[in-house]
Design a protein around this ligand. Structure first.
Ligand SMILES: Cc1cc2nc3c(=O)[nH]c(=O)nc-3n(C[C@H](O)[C@H](O)[C@H](O)COP(=O)(O)OP(=O)(O)OC[C@H]3O[C@@H](n4cnc5c(N)ncnc54)[C@H](O)[C@@H]3O)c2cc1C
Length: 387
């Protein structure tokens, strides 16, 4: 996106990428059909960026979900409802985009891994290439080296260390949109790993989770992952309790009435199944997380069906999660996304310290920051040349 903005402004643009081909994570994001956001009121959309809303909002003012839709149209890709139809694959879009970039004069140099700067004033970059190390001078540099998840796709988080060594404020990369590990008993793990936990609610939000051999994940957990991760970090190793409502379709009073209703000769398990549809993995989770005594006490059982504490200990490893938080702090950048201490060096995308849920919010902010950084570089070059 930065390259596109720079080329549109008449700059001579070279793109360097560490991998043999471009956009591997972009292709992975769109493998099963890429999710880009529905049109959503601007305020709600900006709210998806949580603690970084104030920093991301100006980027979206420049390039929002409607702009993404128009951009996709401009590439000749059909769109409807979501910016892409739900089965839209990223590959045809990337092909069309690369074609357009090359046609506008952008040169791509693959297998060039950026190793930081070769000089004091950050105008010469070092690259490791198949032909050995190269030093290349640039008038402006836009870095978009990604976060730290799925390092096999190219972004391994190492590039920001070169910036940190130049005094740039960089927060450690941490997992985002991630699952969490729980100390399941062997019995529960064996019986329920792989089972979807459907129609539950956590923190008032309804959705679905998945029990895994390591713990719990799924769209509902991903959506809450920033808060869960922060609370685990503050717990000093004790983990935190996710409070799960196993019967969000019923009020607490109704659940209490049903649980307290005489069950005659039936076991409590079949009573819960027939009156509250709690069976299988939901029943298993109740038994896993409640003591025998709590399960045997109808008042406690009823209360826990509506608020079952499930202790999680840590996020899954960053290499396997969807995205990362952490990276270059916005406080190190000006409004054009230029590094305060390194004039002419701009940053964009997931390498910046923000996070958002899946569903297209990640790519939209990556696109927006790319445009802002590209246009910022263009403006900076013009100002420099005019001076
Ligand atoms: C499985 C999966 C599913 C996803 N689904 C969605 C989705 O549906 N919707 C959504 O919005 N987002 C989704 N995402 C997230 C989205 O793909 C990323 O947020 C986005 O690709 C980040 O873009 P970026 O350009 O900042 O970084 P990246 O896409 O990671 O690109 C960074 C590039 O920099 C290169 N690079 C890294 N270091 C160096 C270096 N030192 N020198 C040279 N080159 C370097 C890398 O090779 C890479 O090509 C998904 C991610 C994953 C892993």
């Amino acid at each position: 996106m930065a390259a596109e903005a720079l080329a549109a402004g008449g700059a001579s643009v070279d793109v360097f990428g560490a991998m043999p081909s471009v956009g591997r994570k972009f292709l992975m994001a769109g493998k099963g059909g890429m999710n880009l956001p529905h049109s959503e009121p601007a305020d709600a959309f900006r709210g998806r960026y949580g603690a970084r809303r104030a920093q991301i909002a100006p980027l979206l003012d420049r390039f929002d979900a409607d702009a993404v839709r128009a951009w996709v149209h401009g590439l000749g890709v059909d769109s409807s409802g979501r910016v892409f139809p739900t089965d839209m694959k990223a590959a045809p879009l990337l092909r069309a985009w690369l074609h357009r970039l090359r046609a506008s004069g952008v040169r791509l140099h693959m297998r060039h891994r950026w190793l930081g700067f070769a000089d004091e004033d950050a105008s010469v970059s070092r690259f490791v290439t198949p032909d050995g190390e190269k030093s290349l001078r640039h008038d402006a540099l836009v870095l978009a080296t990604g976060g730290a998840s799925w390092p096999q796709l190219g972004s391994d988080g190492r590039a920001v260390a070169h910036l940190a060594s130049r005094g740039v404020d960089v927060a450690p990369f941490v997992p985002s949109n991630c699952g969490f590990e729980a100390d399941w008993t062997p019995l529960f793990r064996e019986r329920f790993a792989g089972e979807p936990l459907k129609s539950v609610a956590i923190e008032g939000r309804a959705g679905e989770c998945l029990i895994t051999e390591h713990g719990i994940e799924g769209s509902l957990i991903y959506a809450l992952s920033a808060g869960i991760r922060e609370r685990i970090a503050a717990s000093g190793g004790a983990g935190m309790e996710i409070v799960v409502d196993l019967a969000p379709q019923f009020s607490a009073e109704r659940v209490r009435e049903e649980v307290l209703h005489p069950c005659g000769a039936r076991s409590m398990s079949s009573h819960l199944q027939s009156r509250l549809h709690i069976a299988g993995v939901k029943a298993g989770l109740l038994r896993e997380c409640l003591s025998k005594e709590a399960f045997a006490d109808p008042e406690t059982l009823a209360a826990r069906i509506k608020s079952l504490p499930v202790r999680v200990m840590r996020a899954r490893p960053i290499a396997e999660v969807i995205s990362s938080a952490g990276g270059v702090a916005f406080e190190s950048l000006d409004v054009r996304l230029m590094l305060n201490g390194l004039p002419g060096v701009f940053c964009a995308g997931e390498m910046l310290d923000w996070e958002a849920p899946t569903g297209g919010y990640l790519l939209t902010a990556c696109f927006a920051s790319g445009i802002v950084a590209g246009e910022g570089a263009l403006a900076w070059l013009r100002e420099r040349d005019a001076a």
